[in-house]
Design a protein around this ligand. Structure first.
Ligand code: TEU
Length: 510
């Protein structure tokens, strides 16, 4: 990018994901809420993030903890009121944070008035807002698609009409039919409703699932065993994404369209960015599932550089979210999580940080009698520990157990301790913001010894920066990066010319 060009916030910035049930509780019911969230937004601003993405808090029976929406335009009483959502938007803006809400366009709750009407009669005008099909001649479901979370068909028979309805997730989450013109129109109305209240954009849930082929063909053999939510369903997806993009472009300001592009094919994710007319950002799912291994990450970054189109959007990198075990848990050690933070926050693209990773949280161990999620994702949804003392700042026993070492991992214990994970994240975010090569530069991979990933970032009119990451637990004698030390996993600079230490990452002005 030419020097002096003002880039949109989502190109240069860092987004912070809040799962509202687990962030902060203001009313003592054990479940986080919007007032609790607002009261702790200063934590996000202090960290140095540019935006918050808030997982759903809309009216919901909570079969999927809010990803089953019964009213897109209202706040569930568990989380607060519409006035609280307005407060969230205005308080975030006061703190200089953009606000991204979670839009769930692929399905609704089975308790949504649209679905209640649709189920009431095959002749109801809402019937075709959802996907209904007759059984096959033998009575079995219309195609071979599998649902998420349970190894069951993605179809439930409605005894009253004798037809099946489609649900890629729970039976309580019927899929909308985007081929019916009222569906895109209604969802656009929902987006306009929130944008008029000040929302800066949307994280669109399973956006790759919305453009279904009306023929609903069987999944091919190589995909047939997988949940059908993990693959694209047809030619309509890109057209629908372009439609959503026009909706956000129609509002004043810089509004973001971020897609949860949950497919394992990066070329397809890149395709959703279009030619500047698709998603601004797509989550890079392949890298989320890459092991902690230098060669593996080198391949991921190389393929990202090759596949994401220069004039489209860019990847949103994610190491942790509310759906997968935290990377601190997956990678196995705190030292790796520290090095991973350097990678996440210095690689080309837009980093997203999942609340709690800046504390180095591990997944909670959830005893069988406290398991609540049908998808087995409770561990990464454990509540955030704010304070050292028992209760950790939660006024009542939270809905899930705390993660391990909650006292030592609390915000209170880590704040102002230069060696803590929290201060490590703060330093990295500060450095990223202050360093043009890191927030807007191009990336070129460098030759590096086995076990080490190295890259150089350059931006017009700015000093180049090199990043060296040791993925191994041994010192690498052959990796002696030179240049002025800007930061990394150490609290202070290493000896000049010293080799990369175990699990060490270094950022240098070179
Ligand atoms: O997730 C989509 C998705 O594909 C995940 O379900 C993922 O495959 C799975 O969780 C891995 O265990 C989105 C939301 O992020 C998730 O929380 C919802 O449950 C889902 O959509 C349905 O809305």
């Amino acid at each position: 990018m030419p020097h002096g060009t003002a880039l949109p916030w989502w190109v240069t910035g860092v987004a912070y994901q809040i799962y509202p049930r687990s962030f902060a509780d203001s009313d003592g019911d054990g479940v986080g809420d919007l007032r609790g969230l607002v009261a702790h937004l200063d934590h996000v601003a202090d960290l140095g993030a540019d935006a918050v993405w808030v997982s759903p808090f809309f009216r919901s029976p909570m079969a999927d903890f809010g990803y089953d929406v019964a009213d897109f335009r209202d706040v569930d009483p568990l989380f607060g009121t519409l006035a609280d959502a307005d407060d969230l938007i205005s308080r975030a803006h006061e703190l200089g944070l953009r606000v991204v809400f979670d839009l769930v366009p692929n399905h609704t709750s089975s308790e949504h008035p649209w679905f209640r009407a649709a189920r009431s009669s095959p002749r109801d005008p809402h019937r075709d807002w959802y996907v209904w099909r007759d059984p096959r001649p033998d009575g079995s479901p219309p195609n071979n698609w599998r649902a998420a979370f349970a190894d069951e068909p993605a179809w439930t028979l409605d005894p009253a009409s004798g037809q099946y309805y489609l649900h890629l997730f729970l039976p309580e989450q019927p899929d909308l039919d985007w081929n019916h013109p009222s569906v895109p129109a209604e969802i656009a109305g929902v987006m306009e409703f929130w944008m008029a209240r000040g929302v800066d954009g949307f994280r669109c849930d399973v956006i790759h699932c919305i453009g279904k082929d009306p023929e609903l063909p069987d999944a091919p053999d190589d995909l047939a065993g997988l949940p059908a939510c993990l693959f694209d369903h047809g030619p309509g997806t890109m057209e629908q994404i372009r439609f959503l993009r026009r909706v956000v472009d129609g509002a004043p300001g810089e509004r973001l369209l971020l897609g949860e592009t949950y497919v394992f094919d990066r070329e397809r994710i890149a395709g959703y960015l279009g030619d500047g007319d698709g998603l601004h950002l797509g989550f890079d799912i392949p890298a989320l599932h890459a092991p902690w291994d230098a060669a593996a990450w080198r391949a991921e970054v190389a393929s990202a550089l090759e596949l994401y189109p220069p004039r489209g959007g860019q990847p949103a990198w994610v190491l942790s979210n509310h759906d997968v075990p935290r990377h601190r848990t997956r990678y196995g050690t705190e030292a790796r999580a520290r090095a991973a933070a350097v990678l996440l926050l210095t690689v080309w693209g837009t980093p997203t940080v999942y609340a709690g990773e800046e504390l180095g949280l591990e997944d909670a161990e959830v005893p069988p009698d406290r398991v609540v999620d049908p998808g087995g994702r409770d561990g990464c949804r454990a509540p955030l520990p704010w304070r050292r003392a028992a209760g950790h700042g939660w006024p009542a026993e939270p809905w899930l157990p705390f993660p391990p070492d909650a006292r030592a991992r609390s915000v209170e214990a880590q704040r102002d301790d230069p060696a803590s994970m929290l201060e490590h994240y703060r330093r990295l975010l500060r450095l990223r913001r202050a360093t043009p090569a890191l927030h807007r530069g191009d990336l070129r991979l460098l030759d590096a010894p086995d076990g080490v990933l190295a890259y150089r970032r350059t931006a017009d009119g700015a000093d180049p920066v090199e990043v060296w990451i040791n993925f191994t637990e041994q010192e690498v004698a052959g990796a002696r990066p030179v240049g002025k030390w800007l930061g990394g996993t150490r609290v202070g600079p290493p000896e000049a010319g010293s080799p990369l230490g175990p699990d060490e990452a270094r950022i240098l002005s070179a």
